[in-house]
Design a binder for this molecule. Structure first.
Ligand code: NAD
Ligand code: UDP
Length: 325
């Protein structure tokens, strides 16, 4: 079933973390549709460069603000919003140790403040959750009904539990205050505007391959992920935004591969001379991950279309430009 767009010309949309990798692509699509978009970002893991091309547009406002203590006072925040997309959060496992409290606050204090605002405004609230809500899953592929296997005190818990808290808060506002809410569980997504030093597997492997450095695969490299090109993910998020579905709904692809396969594919696509080197693996690292996309297909008409080879080629081109190769 095709879902008609609910948000377009004249609608005011607030996007937290809008200068980040995924959210900046989302912002591009919303601005193209004619929405008036306000971005709140403190650039902790994002960059003004990702939205620099939008800065002179009258329908776009970038507000530099840390939302971990609540929402900022700013003229752009005065008028009512039609939709609020909570996309802000550091998302790379390397940040889980560097920014633990920041991650907890943006996934709790900020979520509550945004839910209050969405409720007051009568806005649709969309929460960017994650496949990490399933932890190291015992069910494969993961359906939305699976409750997950998360270590509540492990290194990853600051991220996993903050997102699980955000999901609980979103459902609590929906049930008790009638807030119009949606939760998307995002699976591993990659593409242009990721930072080469972000620490996640794809930007790390591509940077290493382009520099001719060893590709650092953690452990044996048998652990799997299902990788999604950013354009496919953004289409899915917009389908959910435009619908009246509450979710949670998985979004990603079924292109599951081991990290060893991923490293070998990137070496081959870059034509690199890099060797694969196997190094220590972090604790609680999930063994396998693949979304069950039945709900996304049936409720939203979602279908990812970019193959891993195609998406990785496009990402490699972006990194060649960024790294000057
Ligand atoms: P990203 O780091 O590029 O984007 C996050 C943005 O949030 C950055 O611009 C950052 O500066 C901003 N931010 C963080 N804390 C903030 C704060 N306190 N105040 C204001 N801004 C703040 O990461 P991304 O990969 O684009 O992820 C975007 C969202 O999608 C995140 O919520 C993440 O949890 C979720 N997600 C992403 C993936 C993925 O594979 N990329 C997977 C699952 C979930
Ligand atoms: N990984 C790796 N080498 C790296 C970075 C990550 O082998 O330099 C592994 C990591 O241990 C995990 C997988 O790749 O098993 C995906 O990691 P990523 O950080 O991209 O995403 P997430 O763990 O959040 O799925």
């Amino acid at each position: 079933m095709k879902v008609a767009p609910r948000f377009g010309t004249g609608h005011r949309i607030l996007v937290t973390g809008g200068a980040g990798f995924v959210p900046s692509h989302l912002v591009d699509r919303l601005v193209e549709r004619g929405c008036t978009v306000v971005v709140l970002d403190n650039f902790v893991t994002g960059s003004k460069d990702n939205v620099a091309h939008l800065l002179d547009k009258p329908t776009f406002t970038l507000v530099e603000a840390d939302i971990s203590d609540g929402l900022p006072q700013h003229p752009a925040m005065a008028e009512r919003f039609d939709a609020i997309l909570h996309m802000a959060s550091p998302a790379s496992p390397t940040d889980f140790e560097k920014l633990p409290v920041e991650i907890l606050r943006v996934g709790s204090v900020a979520t509550l403040a945004l839910l209050e605002r969405a409720t007051d405004d009568g806005a649709r609230f969309l929460m960017a959750s994650t496949s990490e809500a399933y932890g190291d899953p015992k069910e494969h592929p993961q359906r939305e009904t699976y409750w997950g296997n998360v270590n509540p005190i492990g290194i990853r818990s600051v991220y996993d539990e903050a997102k699980r808290f955000s999901e609980a808060a979103t459902m609590a506002y929906h049930r008790s205050r009638g807030t119009d809410t949606a939760i998307v569980r995002i699976f591993n997504t990659y593409g242009p505007r990721m930072r080469p030093d972000d620490g996640r597997a794809i930007p790390t492997f591509i940077s290493q391959a382009l520099r001719g450095e060893p590709i650092t695969v953690h452990g044996t490299g048998d652990q799997t992920r299902s990788i999604c090109y950013v354009d496919d993910l953004v289409r899915g998020i917009l389908l959910l935004l435009d619908s009246t579905e509450t979710g949670p709904i998985n979004c990603g692809t079924e292109h599951e591969m081991s990290m060893r396969q991923l490293a070998e594919t990137i070496v081959s696509l870059t034509g690199s001379t890099s060797e694969v080197s196997y190094i220590t693996r972090a604790s609680d690292d999930p063994e396998m991950r693949r979304p069950d996309l039945t709900l996304a297909r049936e409720l939203l008409g979602y279908e990812p279309s970019v193959t891993p080879e195609d998406g990785l080629r496009r990402t490699i081109e972006y990194f060649r430009g960024r790294l000057g190769y």
